[in-house]
Ligand binder design. Structure first.
Ligand SMILES: [Zn+2]
Length: 461
């Protein structure tokens, strides 16, 4: 691994002191940051990178998404959740092949790299194909194979198969791939299935990535059915005993928040998706005050419709300022910390998310010499409230460039775009040009009507 010296950069470190350095150097060796500010006298760079006019900051971590759903971007708009899923998304997903998942994940990887994302937490199907896309892209990822399970049994991949995937891919890609179990949610998985999943997670020593408390309706029906909120159902069944990525977490009672804090869970707000689907606002300030690790995610590209963590950081700040009617809500660099180090922590990449000696060289450069990014009185505010994905010029993961001067180095973008168009078209019912048998995941699954949690859509946002 080369010794790289970034020179003359303006650096947003997001370290414990929130240091912002002007005209600084960042020395990288063996995939790790070894110095920030000035390179050690004995540092022998193999590569000098002139970062004059560029802002360097930690790369973004998208803590909740469904990356292959890029193929369904813009396919279903302005519909309420139920109709969105039943009338549009599920029928289209029924024709999804493992190859589609691979190319959809590659399209997401290309978009994420271009947007400065260095790691993401994915929750979907055919995750072995997503893992292959992660390996090819050079990104970091925490992968969870989405599972549904009722008292009648499991739908889609079995827990045993999922456990095999989880064990096999843990730590692959020089540690860039981590895995978790992915029961879909407490309203599509029975308490018994959740308890079984938690037991498998404990045996494998992995965490759990799950949707929770997305709508008031979900909370009401959980209380009606179990006398417990969704968070309490998870807690009673051991789901919160290990590391947890709790996606959405909008309708959380005070006791729910206390449980999540006590269990050390990560709550992942998806600001853009929550606004787009009219879902609600995750109580970020309250959770933060309790010491809950709050991270950000885009959710899937069919309900966002972008994979831009710059956008999520900005929306996370603006939502709280609006809700509180307080411009000082989520002030300073906090939104950037939610979108970087808090996500990294939640995904199990504890040495990412800061520009500091001893951290992984997972960083991005923003080209600052453009009208919307000048003048730069406050670098953090410039990035948070003015920069756009297109301003990201260079991306490095584990000391390796994935994008250099806006040219992707690990992915064949032209091929990916071609495949994405072709497959997206087919999925939307256009001319069938597919390779491989559709999964027919839902077509022949029988939902026992009136049984409660299957009244709900099995695959929500
Ligand atoms: Zn989701």
């Amino acid at each position: 691994m080369a010794n790289i010296l970034l020179q003359h950069a303006d650096v947003i470190t997001l370290d414990v002191d929130g240091r912002v350095l002007r005209d600084a150097d960042v020395a990288i060796s063996g995939g790790m940051i070894v110095a920030v500010g000035a390179a050690p006298d004995d540092f022998q760079p193999d590569e000098l990178a002139d970062a004059t006019g560029h802002i360097v900051l930690p790369g973004f971590f998208n803590a909740h998404t469904h990356s292959p759903m890029t193929l369904l971007r813009g396919y279903a708009e302005d519909l309420p959740l139920g109709r969105w899923l039943e009338e549009r998304i599920w029928p289209a997903e029924a024709g999804l092949t493992a190859d589609d998942v691979y190319w959809g994940a590659l399209l997401a990887a290309a978009e994420m790299i271009r947007g400065g994302t260095v790691g993401f937490a994915d929750h979907y199907f055919h995750m072995d194909r997503v893992a292959q896309a992660v390996l090819a892209s050079g990104l970091r990822a925490n992968l969870a194979w989405c599972a549904f399970g009722s008292d009648e049994g499991e739908m889609g991949a079995s827990l045993a198969d999922i456990a095999r995937f989880t064990e096999e891919w843990q730590g692959q890609g020089d540690g860039r791939i981590r895995t978790m179990l992915g029961p879909h949610s407490p309203y599509t998985c029975s308490p018994q299935f959740l308890a079984r999943t938690a037991a498998v997670a404990a045996r494998l020593g992995v965490g759990i990535h799950i949707h929770v408390a997305e709508t008031q309706e979900q909370v009401d029906s959980s209380v009606a059915r179990y006398g417990l909120t969704p968070v309490e159902v998870l807690d009673r069944n051991g789901v919160l005993d290990g590391p947890v990525l709790a996606a959405h977490g909008i309708y959380l009672s005070e006791p729910d928040q206390a449980i999540l804090a006590a269990r050390g869970a990560t709550v992942v707000q998806c600001p853009t998706c929550h606004m787009k689907l009219g879902m609600g606002v995750t109580p970020v300030p309250a959770l933060y005050a309790r010491g809950v690790n709050v991270a950000l995610g885009t959710d899937g590209p069919a309900s966002n419709n972008a994979l831009s963590m710059l956008q999520e950081a900005r929306h996370a700040a603006l939502i709280q300022k609006l809700v509180a009617l307080d411009p000082a809500a989520l002030a300073g660099d906090l939104p950037l910390r939610l979108a970087t180090q808090n996500g990294a922590r939640g995904l199990g990449f504890g040495l990412s998310g800061e520009i500091r000696a001893g951290c992984h060289a997972d960083l991005v450069l923003i080209a600052g010499d453009t009208p919307r990014l000048q003048p730069q009185h406050d670098l953090v505010a410039t990035v948070l409230y003015a920069a756009e994905s297109g301003d990201i010029s260079d991306v490095m993961v584990a000391g390796r460039w994935l994008m250099r001067q806006r040219r992707l180095l690990t992915l064949d973008e032209e091929r990916i775009l071609h495949e994405a168009r072709r497959r997206g078209l087919r999925l939307a019912g256009g001319p069938a040009a597919s390779a491989g048998e559709p999964t027919r995941r839902y077509a022949d699954a029988t939902f026992p009507k009136g049984e409660g949690f299957f009244d709900r859509e099995p695959h929500s946002t």
